[in-house]
Structures are given as C-alpha cells and as structure tokens.
Design a binder for this molecule. Structure first.
Ligand code: ZN
Length: 298
C-alpha cells in the first residue's frame, strides 16, 4: 500500500519547522520559516505545502505542535486558535484558516505535548504507559501522555505557573512572570536566570549553588507531576536543562522531597532511570508533529 502523506508543523516562538512526511515518519521535504507574524508566516507555510504536495502527492492529514496558549480542544469552535499569547499578531490566528484549503483533517496540540509524543514514539519515553515531558527554556511547560495520547482539562496544562516556595533571604529575585511574578516560570525559566545573574547557568560555569537553587524550583514541579499523575518516567528538556549538572541536581532534590513516600519500581534509587533528558534532541518537535498527523489519519 502506498504511504499516505502527512503535513507536519512544529510551531515555535522563533521559528516554524514544516515538513512533508510519509506515514512511517520518513521526511520528504522540510524547511524553516521565521515565526514573525501570521501575515508573513502563514502564507509561507501554505506555499511550502503547496510545492511539497505538487512534488510528492496529496496531503492526507496535518499534525501541528504549537506554542501557545492555544485552543487544543477538538470539540471547541476555536480549535487551533491562539488565545492569550502575548506574541504580537498571533492572538486569534488559527491554523485551520491556512491549512483548511488542503481539505485534510488537522490535529493541533501544544509544542510540549508534541515533544512528549515524539519521545514516547521514538525516544526516551518509548516503554511508558504514562509519560510526563517538561521543557525548561524560554518558558516552562509539561505534557502528560497516557498510552500515547496527551491529556488535558478544559485547556492544556500550565505547569510553568505553579506557585513554588520562594525564600527571599536565599533568592531575593522578584521573578519575571507578568501575572504571578515568582511562580515557577518567573523564577526558573531562562529569562529569570539571565535577569537574575546576567548570563545563563552554562555561561556562568554551572556554579553548584545556582544550579541547586534552580533544580530546587524545578523539583517542585517534578514532585507535583509524580504526585498528581504517577508517570512511569519524567523527561526534562529545553535549553536550561542542558546546563551541566542540572539533571543530577534535580534527581537529588526530587528524591529528597519525596522523602521515600512513593515506593514503586519506577522510582529507582538515585532516579537515573526515572528522571532523564530527551533522546531525540531537536527532532522531538517535528517527530511529534508527524505523530499528531498520524492521529489525524485515524
Ligand atoms: Zn506565572
């Protein structure tokens, strides 16, 4: 049987990666488009898919893994629409307005759910029934998968904005979240680190006290994910998590905070199997978008 074709979109805050792929994941064409505004980005995306389709055949489904906030409820009339994003021009933009012309089903999910799906299919989460993937970079967000499907409530999760204990005697930084100031993202995302110390943790040479401070904040989320979802594994990706020593510090902080309360074979002593980095690196997003397209195929 001939392979059906999937249009895949990894929509990031600075660039879109768009690809035409076969159902089996083989990428036939791909390009990058600066995110800028929908007025420039969306027509460029349409042109790419028109040209790729002319060269390779009809597109049978689209999978979109996007930055947000975005409506990811398939039952909602606004499915695929950016909501309260502070990114100029993007609030109200809808993927269906540009991809609808191809007449193929479209599945839209968050970038972090897409990355989670990519890791579940082909990376560090392959053997997990329940998987939690968190990115700590420009922002912080988590995706939770159950048997390869992302779970949500009335909207996608906003794990970056959980409140965390903040000892101002140790860390006087006020936090940068415009809504909550010192929520997790306000204290531990990349911009908070740069605003507080002038450089990234890696550029600072990964000093132990600073790495431990950020690991302690991120550990609050990790512990919450364990307690709320009991995932088989926690994957932590994103630019901040590439800091040397941060994942080991996170493992120590999570183990200390759980304090032996959860006893399960998944939680190995030292947590080297339980808390890991991503295996797909920069390909997790587009791999996840292709997997979302496969879901759209039904
Ligand atoms: Zn916040």
């Amino acid at each position: 049987m001939a392979q059906r074709l999937i249009g895949a979109v990894e929509a990031g805050g600075t660039k879109f990666v768009v690809a035409l792929a076969q159902e089996d994941g083989t990428i036939l064409a791909r390009t990058r488009i600066p995110t800028e505004t929908p007025a420039t980005c969306f027509p460029a995306m349409a042109r790419f898919f028109e040209q790729a389709s002319a060269a390779h055949g009809t597109i049978a489904a689209f999978g979109v893994a996007s930055f947000g906030p975005i409506d990811i409820d398939p039952a909602s009339p606004g499915y695929g629409t950016f909501t309260t994003t502070p990114k100029p021009g993007w609030s109200g933009a809808r993927f269906h307005d540009v991809l609808g012309r191809f007449g193929a089903p479209i599945v839209v999910d968050t970038d972090v759910n897409g990355a989670a799906l990519g890791e579940w299919q082909a990376g560090a989460g392959r053997d997990c029934a329940t998987l939690a993937y968190t990115t700590v970079g420009t922002g912080i967000g988590s995706g939770v998968l159950r048997h390869g499907r992302s779970i949500m409530g009335f909207s996608h999760f906003e794990s970056g904005h959980i409140p965390v204990p903040h000892d101002r005697a140790v860390d006087p930084y006020a936090g940068f979240c415009p809504y909550h100031h010192d929520c997790l993202e306000g204290l531990a995302a990349g911009p908070a680190i740069k605003a507080r110390w002038g450089q990234s943790l890696s550029e600072l040479g990964s000093p132990t006290d600073k790495v431990d401070l950020i690991a302690g904040y991120v550990a609050q989320l990790a512990v919450s994910l364990v307690l709320l979802h009991m995932p088989d594994r926690l994957i932590f990706g994103g630019g901040v998590m590439k800091t040397p020593g941060l994942i080991p510090a996170l493992r120590r902080a999570v183990e200390a905070r759980l304090a032996g309360y959860i006893q399960a074979p998944q939680l190995d002593p030292g947590m080297e199997r339980y808390i890991v980095g991503p295996a797909l690196g920069d390909d997790a997003g587009i791999t996840g978008a292709i997997a979302l397209g496969r879901q759209a195929l039904g």
